[in-house]
Design a protein around this ligand. Sequence first.
Ligand code: 6PG
Ligand code: NI
Length: 186
Amino acid sequence: MEISAPQFVTDWKTGVVTGTEVQGVERRVSDLGGVFADEGAFSQLRPDRLVYRTACVFPVPEGTEGGVFWGTTFIEPGTVGAEYFMTKGHFHAKADRMEAYFTFGGTGLLVLMDTARNCWAEEMTPGSTHLIPPYTAHRTVNTGDDVFSFGACWPSDAGHDYDSIAESGFSARALRVDGIPRLVPA
Ligand code: 6PG
Ligand code: NI
């Protein structure tokens, strides 16, 4: 019986995925209009400055029931005014689909919001593991001075609902207050 090499390798310190095809998105300042509260500070940033990127493994087509996707998100350090660099955030299009997050490097926050717009946050540090409940929007925030990287594993039929967040946002924002991350009502 054959023993094969692993399908691919995830570096547990950095989150870098090697040994297979990875696909991802890059989100630059120019892709994130309307996401951050301080529009004046936002307009001062170089439009091509990278805020975050993903490197994902998609073993089955998007929308397949019963499959899983795997990927790392890398968020650059930075702020827009007092607000830390963060992802756009989303509900899943199939909103009952859960997701697992696990931190590789850096420090951050996982900001969560239920459908009644109750918002809370969990600290993310290397090894921290987070099971995002069904019907819960999720956004990640880099609160440190280094690249913040975390892994995600989610159902291949979950999809993304960005429109709800684009319309109404999260009900709280992660801000640096006196040098410390705080979750503040939006
Ligand atoms: C997902 C994951 C995750 C997420 C990235 C970027 O459902 O695919 O939550 O891979 O997409 O961290 O965040 P945004 O999708 O909110 O830009
Ligand atoms: Ni998700």
